[in-house]
Design a protein. Structure first.
Length: 120
């Protein structure tokens, strides 16, 4: 484990790009790693809520094959792409609901928002 990667990840991966269930564990884990490294995480892990503790333990047990900066950056890009896809799908769901209910103003706003997410 590279504790110095925690700051890189924290700066390059906004918590809102993570699944809602993973956000709190991510913030707690990165903050703990930054404060005291892997030893602090190991010491404080049992104080995490059960779901967060299990998530961190699973990640710790199955780390990526490499943890150099290039690999960390690629993992962050994958997470950001996944988050963008989730946001687009949510907009599409809301757009369909607005169209079904005849809410033209909301549908137009959501269509514009959807179009903005599809720009490179």
């Amino acid at each position: 484990m590279r504790p110095e990667a925690a700051g890189r990840v924290k700066g390059g991966l906004p918590p809102e790009d993570l699944e809602e269930d993973d956000r709190a564990a991510f913030v707690r884990m990165v903050t703990t790693l930054e404060a005291g490294g892997p030893a602090a995480l190991a010491a404080e892990l049992t104080g995490f809520p059960d779901e967060e503790e299990q998530l961190v333990r699973r990640a710790w047990a199955s780390p990526p094959p490499r943890l150099d900066d290039e690999e960390v950056d690629e993992l962050m890009r994958q997470i950001r792409r996944s988050a963008a896809k989730r946001r687009r799908l949510a907009i599409i769901r809301h757009l369909r609901d607005a169209e079904r209910s005849g809410d033209v103003a909301t549908a137009a706003a959501l269509a514009a928002e959807l179009q903005a997410t599809e720009r490179p």
